[in-house]
Design a protein around this ligand. Structure first.
Ligand SMILES: *Cc1c(COP(=O)(O)O)cnc(C)c1O
Length: 404
């Protein structure tokens, strides 16, 4: 592009010049598995890495390439890779950054399947892990062992919305020569750019805010070092093979164009619903990184530009109260995933975090009445009216139960 433009412009234009593609305004869909070499010498030169050009779509694809360039620019990285799911990105970067016998230090409360992957790595390759809050350098430093090779961060943590201090983790990592990987799914690149704070890798479940329309499963990995991203492309990505289809990349390019306007609405809707929830007697606590009562609000405001579209809250009571409330919702959809146009709600203790042993779940702060909410793009008054109707039923039922 002619000169540096703002982020909101980048996500619409970066990586695509219409004049390289039959003047097509939209990024064309190259739905092809392989590419035809002009001659044998050229094919050999491409395999030898001496000539630029496509070989096979598990390595490169022109549609996927646009998304790679766009997300790399958006996360301020040197290069990016697109995967067939968020978990394919997580597994690729963890396999790349560890070897048998290593130790991975993680934020407490990481995504369930990432936890599952760490258990596979431990069982098969002796790669152990520790799960800690990561609020201060001292806290992190204390858990680094001679085998530690990676600090793996999710912030804010799902669903407690605990915040990890990325800068503190990077500073510990620099002292010990560790790689820092940040799962930035909950924030999207619009709200937080971990590479700015010195992280080595940032990854996304693109299924969530990046695509934003609930119709694709995909993952993204962005690196601070172009050569290292190139190495991952030609090793774990190529040989484990967790790539994305060109069509899904094309859908993501389309979804990503509206990221800036969507994120603004996700955040303002989250805040409107939070303000409503604070007036509801049945709501005990709300957990949102930019809420003044949040214990990590200060760190959150240092590394995030907005509070995001996701929060959790707890009800007076337990499992029964949570179920009554959830079953009365009509507009707000009972579903896992997040970052879609539709407001989504789920019950961590029996859904996303049901595999975590009960006592561990309690230690993490996930109670039986905790509910996670992903604010959609609907009119905020309609979301609030739906919640309000469900709370009215809950109130009637608990009053009736109390009178029995
Ligand atoms: C959804 C999610 C993942 C996994 O991504 P998939 O696209 O479902 O494979 C990883 N991390 C976080 C924080 C997520 O929310």
């Amino acid at each position: 592009m002619r000169k540096k433009v703002h982020r909101d412009t980048l996500i619409i234009h970066e990586g695509h010049d219409p004049h390289d593609h039959q003047d097509s305004l939209a990024v064309p869909l190259y739905q092809t598995s392989t590419y035809v070499f002009p001659d044998a010498a050229s094919g050999a030169a491409r395999f030898a890495g001496e000539e630029a050009g496509n070989i096979y779509s598990r390595l490169t694809n022109p549609t996927v390439r646009v998304l790679e360039e766009r997300i790399a620019a958006l996360e301020k990285g040197a290069g990016a890779l697109v995967f067939g799911s968020g978990m394919a990105a997580v597994s690729a970067v963890l396999v790349h950054a560890t070897k048998a016998g290593d130790h991975v230090l993680c934020t407490r409360g990481i995504y369930g399947c990432t936890f599952g992957l760490l258990n596979i790595l431990e069982e098969k390759y002796g790669i152990t892990h520790g799960l800690i809050p990561m609020r201060t350098e001292e806290e992190i430093e204390r858990h680094v062992t001679p085998e530690t090779s990676v600090i793996y961060i999710e912030t804010p943590v799902n669903p407690t919305m605990e915040v990890a201090d990325i800068r503190a983790a990077v500073s510990v990592a620099r002292r010990h020569g560790l790689k820092v990987i940040v799962d930035n799914t909950f924030c999207s690149p619009y709200i937080q750019n971990p590479l700015d704070f010195g992280a080595d890798f940032v990854l996304h479940s693109a299924t969530k805010y990046i695509n934003g329309h609930g119709d694709v499963i995909a993952g993204l990995l962005v690196g601070a070092d172009e050569e290292e991203i190139g190495r991952i492309r030609m090793t774990v990505q190529k040989d484990f093979g967790g790539i994305v289809s060109p069509f899904d990349a094309w859908l993501m390019i389309r979804g990503l164009k509206t990221l800036a306007v969507r994120m603004e609405r996700h955040c303002s809707n989250a805040e409107a619903v939070l303000n409503y929830l604070k007036t509801v007697p049945a709501v005990r606590e709300v957990h949102y990184p930019f809420d003044d009562n949040h214990p990590d609000a200060e760190v959150a405001k240092r590394q995030m530009t907005a509070g995001g579209g996701i929060f959790s809250f707890t009800l007076d009571g337990g499992l029964e109260e949570a179920r009554i409330f959830l079953d009365e919702l009509r507009l707000v959809k009972l579903a896992v995933s997040l970052g879609d146009a539709e407001s989504l709600i789920q019950h961590p203790a029996t859904m996303t975090h049901s595999a975590v042993p009960g006592d561990e779940r309690k230690a993490m702060g996930i109670t039986d009445s905790m509910i996670r909410f992903s604010a959609g793009l609907e009119h905020p008054d309609d979301i609030i009216a739906d919640l309000d109707a469900a709370f009215a039923v809950l109130k009637k039922r608990t009053a009736a139960a109390g009178a029995e």
